[in-house]
Every structure is written in structure tokens, then in C-alpha cells.
Design a binder for this molecule. Structure first.
Ligand SMILES: [Zn+2]
Ligand SMILES: [Zn+2]
Length: 419
């Protein structure tokens, strides 16, 4: 048997994993500033949850979901997106009753069996936020401003925010009929999947990768009811107040059933394709439709893989240890082992290779380790109670210090030389 990963799945080697961790750390800092708390949800849920919330006519549910029957005969699915699970948790855990703001973030893998392409994987990482229980346009402006802040903080350049309003259930009901009439007349021009689903969900055609662009130009446009128009205008006012540069894009429709009113995407010129790095919107009716209280909500998701791809050349994160310990003789092994512990206790990262190997082999590992200093203990050092410090990253003479002084001395050198 040859071992290999599945198509569309990949390993994150340490440099990439460090980049992901850096993005996550930045996100945690930004979320704390805005009053968001972490909530972790399961990776697997009942399939029905996604069918009912994401929508049974969406590509995600129709074609891309990893769904299977488990050993107990339950129809389950590996989460293709996070919002349905968050809404389920909000309802199941009675989070509307805590008396606190329901502002949550979560990070982790989502799974969709999409056609693999550059920067797109079947297991992909998302950083998501949900703000549940706030209908006011302030929530829209705040959540979008926070997203922009995060992208700025991690260093994504050339971001542009596009927003649109999909209206409420009332405006959608009227529009559904208008659009359906138009689509029936023009059914011959639609792709096969759309032909099959316009009767069930005419809005889906607007989001179809094949038909969407043409329809956005020609199909009748949604007319917002006065309340939705007011909400959208106010949201724009507040975005301006928050210093967010945005553009209204009337053909922006998000491919999930539950969106209402404000939807948005952040695109960047830095990516070749016009793919969004982050996107989201309001889902004012979802919590109630899933059996919960009337709790209007808004959220977004950011593709960590895309953001990491953008930052790769900019943020070389070095996870190498600062020091690498070498034992130059058999009787120095215990001393070397103690020194590793002493350095780590002093907060200095320290590593070694197999301390029983030859000096030459250990030095070779030290050179490759990325460490700033090799700390060498041999027969002479054991006798004298010292350690020899050899700079690896920059030119400089090696020198000897008493072993008890080594952590303080190394710390001072690392700080002074900014290594
Ligand atoms: Zn409306
Ligand atoms: Zn189509």
C-alpha cells in the first residue's frame, strides 16, 4: 500500500501552519476588541440541519456535502459551513437567555467536495463570526468594519468591500414571483441544474456560476420594501461613519438560502481570480425557522487558506528554536539534557538532535535547525562547568560562559541582536 492524502486535501507543513496560527492569533485579538467570544461546535451534525438551513437547492447541499449514514443509521454530514451549527447551538443551549450579547467566533475546518483548484481545498479553514439577536444596522456596520480591521491587521492589501441588500421575506415573496415569471420565459437559456430548480427556488439561478452573470444584467431587480430600504441606507451611512470604503453591487447574491437584507463580500486585487477572501450577511429569519426564538442575526466567514496564500511571501514566520544544544562527548549528555531544561525554564526555546550521536552529526543538525546559537558541551566544558556558545546566524567568535549563566547571557544576546 502506498500512503497518500485524498484529492483536495493537504498537509499544512510547519511554515504554513505557523502562518495559519498567526492569522488566528490576529483574529482573536480583533474579536476581543469587539466583544466576541469563542464558541466551538461539532464537526459533524445531522444532515438535516444543513438541508434545512443552508438550503436543499444550494450547490453546497446538493453536490458538495460529505454526508453519510453512520453506524447507528443516522444521516449525518461533515459541516460544509459553520452557521447552521452555530444556530443549532444558540437554540439548543438557550443562548438567547444568557443576558449577554450573543457575539461568537469560531475557527476550524469546513468540508466541501468542490473541484480542487489553486488555493481551494476540500477541507478548508474558516474563521467565522456570528452576532445573533441584533436587528439594527449598527450590527451590520460593526461586523463589516471588524472584518476590514482584521484583514488590515493581518496585512491583506487592496481590499474592497461590496454590499447589497436581498430584502426581507416580504420583499422576497414579491420578487420571487416576478423573477420566476421571467425565468420561465427564458428557461431555454438556463443551464440544466437551473432548469430543474427554478420552480423550487428561482433565486438560486441568480447565484448560479453559469447563469448568474447574465441574469444579474438582464433579470428584473429586487425592489426593497420601505423598511428594508431604510435599513440598507442606514447601514451605508454607518459604514461611512466607521471609515469603511464600500461599493454597492446590486448583483451580489450569496449562494445560501438563509440570507436576508445585508450581504457583503470582501475581494482583493491581490488574488488573480475575483474570489472573495471573506463574505457574509444577515440571516434574520433562520433562528426562528430552525425552531428558535425570533433572533435576527448577521455573520461572516473568512477563508484562512486564501488569506494565507496572500500573505505567504510577506509573513515568513520562523518557528525555529532559538538555541540548539550539542553534547560533544558521552559524559556531557546529562549536562546537555539539564541545559535544555534550564533554557526552556528561562523562556528560551531550545532543541537538540539525538544527544548520543556523533559531534559531527549533531553539529550538522544544529546548522540546519534555524537556531541562532549552538550551545556545545564537551569533556572540557563538563570539567569547567561551562558551555561553549557558537553563533549560527551571524558571524562572530564562539565564546564560553559558566553553564549557570548561560540562560541569562543567551537571553540578553537574543534581545540585543533582535534574533
Ligand atoms: Zn423588506
Ligand atoms: Zn444555472
Amino acid at each position: 500500500m502506498s500512503v497518500h492524502s485524498l484529492r483536495g486535501f493537504r498537509d499544512l507543513l510547519p511554515a504554513d501552519a505557523a502562518l495559519f496560527a498567526g492569522i488566528e492569533a490576529a483574529a482573536r485579538e480583533v474579536f476581543a476588541l469587539y466583544g466576541y467570544q469563542e464558541l466551538r461546535i461539532p464537526t459533524i451534525e445531522l444532515k438535516e440541519l444543513f438541508v434545512k438551513s443552508t438550503g436543499d437547492t444550494t450547490d453546497i447541499v446538493e453536490k458538495e456535502m460529505y454526508a453519510f449514514t453512520d453506524g447507528g443509521g443516522r444521516e449525518v454530514a461533515v459541516r460544509p459551513e459553520g452557521t447552521p451549527g452555530m444556530v443549532r447551538a444558540y437554540i439548543e443551549q438557550n443562548l438567547s437567555q444568557t443576558g449577554r450579547n450573543a457575539k461568537y467566533f469560531y475557527m476550524g475546518s469546513m468540508f466541501r467536495a468542490e473541484r480542487p483548484q489553486a488555493g481551494r481545498y476540500r477541507e478548508f479553514e474558516q474563521i467565522d463570526v456570528e452576532h445573533i439577536g441584533n436587528a439594527a444596522p449598527f450590527a451590520d456596520a460593526e461586523t463589516i468594519a471588524m472584518l476590514v480591521k482584521l484583514l488590515e491587521k493581518v496585512g491583506v492589501e487592496g481590499c474592497s468591500v461590496e454590499i447589497n441588500s436581498l430584502g426581507c421575506a416580504e420583499c422576497r415573496k414579491v420578487y420571487r414571483e416576478t423573477l420566476l415569471a421571467y425565468l420561465r420565459l427564458n428557461a431555454a437559456t438556463l443551464c440544466e441544474p437551473c432548469k430543474g430548480r427554478i420552480e423550487r427556488n428561482p433565486l438560486r439561478a441568480l447565484d448560479c456560476k453559469t447563469d448568474g452573470p447574465a441574469l444579474a444584467e438582464k433579470a428584473p431587480k429586487l425592489a426593497l420594501c420601505p423598511a428594508c430600504a431604510e435599513h440598507f441606507a442606514r447601514t451605508q451611512q454607518l459604514l461611512t461613519m466607521a471609515g469603511v470604503n464600500y461599493k454597492v453591487n446590486p448583483s451580489l447574491v450569496r449562494g445560501l438560502d438563509y440570507y436576508t437584507r445585508t450581504v457583503f463580500e470582501v475581494k482583493t486585487t491581490a488574488l488573480g481570480s475575483q474570489d472573495a477572501v471573506a463574505a457574509g450577511g444577515r440571516y434574520d429569519d433562520l433562528v426562528k425557522s430552525m425552531g428558535g426564538p425570533a433572533a435576527p442575526a448577521i455573520g461572516w466567514g473568512m477563508g484562512v487558506d486564501r488569506v494565507a496564500m496572500l500573505l505567504k511571501d510577506k509573513l515568513a514566520i520562523d518557528g525555529s528554536p532559538k538555541t540548539f544544544i550539542v553534547s560533544a562527548s558521552a559524559d556531557a549528555q546529562d549536562q546537555a539534557f539539564r541545559l535544555l531544561a534550564a533554557l526552556r525554564a528561562a523562556g528560551i526555546s531550545a532543541d537538540s538532535s539525538n544527544l548520543t550521536l556523533s559531534l559531527k552529526s549533531q553539529m550538522r543538525s544544529a546548522d540546519k535547525s534555524g537556531a541562532a546559537f549552538a550551545l556545545i558541551i564537551g569533556e572540557d566544558e563538563v570539567k569547567a562547568g561551562t558551555v561553549t556558545v557558537k553563533p549560527l546566524k551571524e558571524k562572530g567568535e564562539q565564546f564560553t560562559v559558566p553553564v549557570s549563566d548561560a540562560p541569562a547571557k543567551i537571553k540578553e544576546l537574543l534581545e540585543r541582536k533582535n534574533l
